[in-house]
Design a binder for this molecule. Structure first.
Ligand code: ADP
Ligand code: MG
Length: 214
C-alpha cells in the first residue's frame, strides 16, 4: 500500500514557491502536510491534528499564501495563536514561506507589546495578521483592524487557546469575519471543546489526524 504523495511538486503551488521550499530544505512533505495540503489548497475547511513539531505551520501557511492577492492592500488572512512566542514563530515561518512572492506584509498583534508600533504597522497596510485573540479583538474594537477582506481564518494550537480561556474572544473575532471564508483549525490534541468550536465556526470540516508515531 502506498501513502499520500510526499513531494511538494505534486501540489498546485507556483514554481517560485516550489523553488523556495527546496531552498529552505523542505524536500518532502511531513505526514500532516501530505494529509492536509491537497484539501486545504482546494479550499476545504479542515480540522487537523498532529503533535508539536510535525510541520503544521506550513500546512496552513502555504494555502493562505496561495489564495492571497499581494496587490490588494487589505488583511486577507488571520492566524490566531495562544501566546506571543507562538505568534512570533508562526510569523517567522510565514515570512520564510512567503519569500518567493512579491512583498507580502505580515503583522503580529500580541498583548504585552506596545500598541503604538502595532497601530503604525496596521496603518501601513498588512496582508496577513498573526496574533493572540485578546489583542486582535482590541484592534477590532478600536477599528484599527478590519476583516471584511478576509479569505482565510486559522485557529492554531486551538486546544491551548481553549485551555487558556480564549473561547469568548475567538467567538467575538469570528463574528467579524466574512461568512464566505476558509477556516483551518490546527491542534496537537482533540479535546471535546474542539468539536464544539468547529461546529460553531466551520463549514463541513474535513477531519485529519496523523498518528503519534509519525
Ligand atoms: P508544529 O506547528 O506542528 O509544531 P512547525 O510548523 O513549527 O511544527 O514545524 C516544525 C519544524 O519543522 C520547523 O522548524 C519547520 O521549519 C520544519 N519543517 C516544517 N515542514 C517541513 C518540511 N516539509 N521539511 C523540512 N522541515 C520542515
Ligand atoms: Mg504549531
Amino acid at each position: 500500500m502506498t501513502g499520500p504523495a510526499v513531494d511538494f511538486s505534486t501540489l498546485p503551488l507556483s514554481p517560485p514557491t516550489l523553488a523556495n521550499l527546496r531552498q529552505l530544505g523542505y524536500l518532502q512533505m511531513t505526514p500532516i502536510q501530505a494529509a492536509s495540503l491537497p484539501a486545504a489548497l482546494a479550499g476545504a475547511d479542515l480540522i487537523a491534528q498532529a503533535k508539536t513539531g510535525s510541520g503544521k505551520t506550513a500546512a496552513f501557511a502555504l494555502p493562505l499564501l496561495a489564495r492571497l492577492d499581494p496587490r490588494r492592500f487589505a488583511v486577507q488572512a488571520l492566524v490566531l495563536c495562544p501566546t506571543r512566542e507562538l505568534a512570533d514563530q508562526v510569523t517567522a515561518e510565514i515570512r520564510r514561506l512567503a519569500r518567493a512572492e512579491e512583498n507580502i506584509k505580515v503583522v503580529t498583534l500580541c498583548g504585552g507589546v506596545a500598541l503604538r508600533g502595532q497601530l503604525s504597522s496596521l496603518a501601513h497596510g498588512a496582508h496577513i495578521v498573526v496574533g493572540t485573540p485578546g489583542r486582535v479583538l482590541d484592534h477590532l474594537e478600536r477599528s484599527s483592524l478590519q476583516l471584511d477582506a478576509l479569505s482565510t481564518l486559522v485557529l492554531d494550537e486551538a486546544d491551548r487557546m481553549l485551555d487558556m480561556g480564549f473561547l469568548d474572544d475567538i467567538a467575538t473575532v469570528v463574528r467579524q469575519c466574512p461568512k464566505e471564508r476558509q477556516t483551518l483549525l490546527f491542534s496537537a490534541t482533540y479535546p471535546e471543546g474542539i468539536a464544539k468550536l468547529a461546529a460553531q465556526f466551520m463549514k463541513n470540516p474535513q477531519q485529519i489526524a496523523v498518528a503519534a508515531q509519525h
